[in-house]
Design a protein around this ligand. Structure first.
Ligand code: ASP
Ligand code: MG
Length: 408
């Protein structure tokens, strides 16, 4: 019998009507003969509301009791979903993270799933019940309730699907993964199938449909994912399949264009060109838990010196500057400079490394729109360009057209 995990995000369980609509989608799959398990997010806005309440008492993301408060959001939606399935005549039962054996490690507010014991959920399925798991939560080794980081219900769903050897359908408010953000480029198209690696890059580069860590786990555990809309009638959603590159028929050079606003650039000027200098700098940033993105080292004017530049999220700038200043002497840098008001646009595609002219197309497309490229970084399946924040829309549209992604 095929097993299916159906995950519903916050907008898909936003209120009684949405919960009932989601329950009908579950019923339709169960009717087709699949063994279904459901995973739910908190009702839209609920996690923010609970976080604000906890903040009123000095709590924040990262402390224990805030986690206990946040986990309540998913407790409510899981119970309501089980009730809604009951209304349709189905047997259902809600599970909190700890009841489903979701074990975590790592800090409050950003825990990882260390393991998931599928036995309780499987037992319910075998007894003809539909288990409804509260996403985003688990329990740590000390028995404390923990949450998995914002958007973490995706991770709960993928972990459950891996444990059940099931396909994982992620229901959301868009009908799949798009070639770019349709709010910026109305000619964006839904992608039928995309590889794990492309999905990971798109997520890491700012596409928000799927939590990055969940795509990583899906790849590592070979979980077949589908992203689709819960606003479609049962059986009508097409969605996007996220799977192995080898299983994708359509051969594209570029699959999508992603962007991330609010980037900042930091430069360590006249640093020593010995690798130890860069190691001291990036070591300090790692210790401060700053995620560093694009890194460029160029030779500086004076012999033996280099300019090291890198980008960080704007919100991490104060932390990053403090860390960089602290490492300035060890890196032998003359000056630590920074620039804000930047953004990153990226093209992602499995075919990028097969074609020699992809970089030329990028520079030409941005050049024609008089968009300055400040830093460029490439990987096997991605090229990112650092540009001005206010050029994002123009850049996304120019690249979408230049790589032939515009729909008819
Ligand atoms: N409710 C949590 C959040 O808003 C987890 C999730 O929705 O995936 O981040
Ligand atoms: Mg989400």
């Amino acid at each position: 019998m095929t097993r299916l995990v159906m995950k519903f995000g916050g907008t898909s369980v936003a209120g009684p009507e949405r919960i009932r609509a989601a329950a009908r989608l579950v019923a339709a799959e169960a009717e087709k003969g699949a063994q279904v398990a459901v995973v739910v997010s908190a009702m839209a806005g609920e996690t923010d509301r609970l976080l604000a309440l906890a903040s009123g008492f000095g709590g924040g993301l990262g402390d224990s009791e805030t986690d206990a408060a946040l986990a309540a959001g998913e407790q409510v939606s899981a119970a309501l979903m089980a009730l809604a399935l009951g209304e349709l005549g189905l047997k259902a039962r809600s599970f909190l993270g700890w009841q489903a054996g979701v074990r975590t490690d790592g800090p409050p507010g950003a825990s990882r799933i260390a393991g998931l014991d599928a036995a309780p959920v499987l037992a319910a399925m075998r007894a003809g019940e539909i288990p409804v798991l509260a996403g985003y939560q688990g329990v740590d080794a000390a028995g404390r309730v923990r949450t998995l980081g914002r958007g973490g219900t995706d991770l709960s769903a993928v972990a459950l699907a891996a444990a059940l050897d099931a396909q994982c359908d992620i229901y959301t408010d868009v009908d799949g993964v798009y070639t770019t953000d349709p709010r910026i480029e109305p000619r964006a198209r839904r992608i039928d199938a995309i590889s794990y690696d492309e999905m990971l890059e798109l997520a890491a580069q700012g596409a928000k449909v799927l939590q990055t860590r969940s795509a990583e786990m899906a790849k590592a555990r070979g979980v077949k994912l589908r992203v689709l809309s819960s606003f479609a009638e049962p059986g009508k959603a097409e969605g996007t399949m996220v799977t192995d590159a080898g299983l994708i028929a359509e051969r594209r050079i570029v699959s999508g264009v992603a962007y991330a606003r609010d980037q900042a650039r930091i430069s360590a000027l006249g640093a020593s060109d010995r690798p130890q200098a860069a190691a001291a700098l990036f070591g300090a940033l790692a210790d401060a838990e700053v995620g560093v993105d694009m890194i460029v080292q160029t030779r500086a004017r004076d012999a033996g010196t280099a300019n090291i530049e890198f980008t960080v999220d704007r919100k991490d700038l104060p932390k990053a500057l403090k860390a960089a200043e602290g490492a300035k002497a060890a890196a032998g840098a003359r000056e630590i400079g920074h620039e804000t008001g930047l953004a990153k646009v990226s093209i992602v595609g499995l075919g990028l490394n097969r074609r020699a002219d992809v970089a030329r197309i990028l520079f030409e497309a941005l050049g024609e729109k008089a968009i300055e490229v400040k830093v460029i970084a490439t990987s096997e399946i991605k090229i990112s360009a650092l540009i001005d924040n206010d050029a994002v829309e123009r850049a996304v549209r120019a690249l979408h057209a230049a790589y032939g992604l515009d729909g008819e």
